[in-house]
Design a binder for this molecule. Structure first.
Ligand code: TXA
Ligand code: MG
Length: 332
């Protein structure tokens, strides 16, 4: 089999975007920045192009892809939207919300793993939006990481994970949200359900729809069970074992050996902190915690600690999505 030359990272100049759009139309893969995490994009209506995504990631064919659109006007091309979908689209697109809706025949079976529904989203990242407009076609894109590992929030993370498997990476800077989109099942608009928590909360969705929205079960509570296809309990995982704590007691930090890391939500007060103590946000501000979580897990994973003790976020709002990713990362 031919070896792929090492990936090239592109800045978002007009010339580069035109070139990458042409690559996408021709069936090549391009890693793209989004406001949530980096994605690995291919022409969503080209089954052969989408097959390359599964090969590059080592992703099982049973795990369907999200289709990204430039505009809500393209919805009808890939799915059969209902009134609830239009409401959520008006409220949250472009943005970190993915809707699961009945698919049209235009979407190849490989994209949806043979299901009759498709996941769609209109992203907000300005460079990705320009690329979608220039490509002129819907782009299927899962997170741009080898299957099962932590999602990438920078172009450099993509290069580290997939640099030998893909040729094009568009650098749009660090992801501003840092967690994957909220996924809402709207196949039956009278029973909306959050399949994956994200920056847009179930409460926000319920408010717009004016009805109750089913929330997902916490990942750890259902070993082996799948919320959405591909949402395995174990996911987003560092190689270093992760131990979760509601709060990390200062005494535990004090007596732990230096080869165990502590990942706190906020900077500890008082006592000077040790070289094995880390925090996600100076004040524990949840958007800051979300934005830095995946990069920090990668950094700690590279440092040879035998264990990472991580503190959970408060279980509300964005904290639910943060804790969902921490629980999946800790599942063995
Ligand atoms: O923020 C995001 O959503 C990022 C960026 C790149 O857009 N994408 C992302 O994709 O996180 P991925 O492949 O890592 O996760 C997509 C998940 C699948 O694992 C699956 O659970 C769900 O979306 N999904 C896709 N199609 C579905 C369908 N027809 N029904 C239910 N769930 C579906
Ligand atoms: Mg993923």
């Amino acid at each position: 089999m031919a070896r792929t030359p090492p990936a090239r990272t592109y800045r978002g100049t007009a010339r580069n975007l035109a070139r990458l759009a042409a690559c996408l139309r021709a069936g090549d893969l391009v890693a793209v920045p989004t406001e949530t995490v980096y994605g690995l994009a291919a022409h969503a209506l080209d089954a052969r192009a989408c097959a390359r995504i599964f090969r590059a990631k080592g992703r099982p064919a049973s795990d369907p892809l999200i289709v990204h659109l430039h505009s809500v006007r393209q919805l009808g091309l890939v799915c059969l939207p209902n009134a609830a979908a239009h409401r959520l689209a008006r409220a949250f697109w472009p943005g970190p919300l993915t809707l699961v809706l009945p698919k049209t025949p235009a979407v190849p079976a490989i994209v949806t793993s043979g299901r009759d529904s498709v996941a769609v989203r209109v992203p907000r990242h300005p460079l990705f939006r320009r690329l979608l407009r220039l490509a002129g076609v819907p782009l299927a894109a899962p997170s741009a990481n080898p299957f099962g590992y932590i999602s990438p929030t920078t172009a450099e993370h993509v290069r580290q994970g997939l640099g030998g498997k893909i040729r094009h990476i568009l650098d749009g800077g660090p992801a501003s949200i840092g967690l994957e989109s909220t996924i809402v099942d709207l196949r039956d608009p009278s029973r909306p359900a959050v399949l994956r928590p994200g920056a847009i909360t179930a409460e926000q969705i319920a408010r717009v729809l004016g009805r109750r929205v089913a929330a997902p079960q916490p990942a750890a509570a259902q070993p082996g069970a799948q919320v959405a296809p591909g949402l395995l309990a174990r996911h987003y995982s560092p190689r270093t074992p992760l131990v979760l704590h509601k709060k990390v007691p200062a005494a535990l930090r004090g007596r732990a050996p230096a080869n165990e890391a502590f990942l706190l939500q906020r900077q500890p007060r008082g006592a000077a902190s040790a070289a094995h103590v880390f925090w996600l946000d100076a004040t524990g501000d949840l958007p800051g915690v979300a934005r830095r979580l995946f990069a920090m897990l990668r950094r700690l994973d590279a440092q040879g600690f035998v264990r990472i003790h991580a503190e959970l976020a408060p279980d509300r709002g964005l904290g639910r999505a943060i804790n969902d990713r921490l629980r999946r990362a800790a599942a063995r």
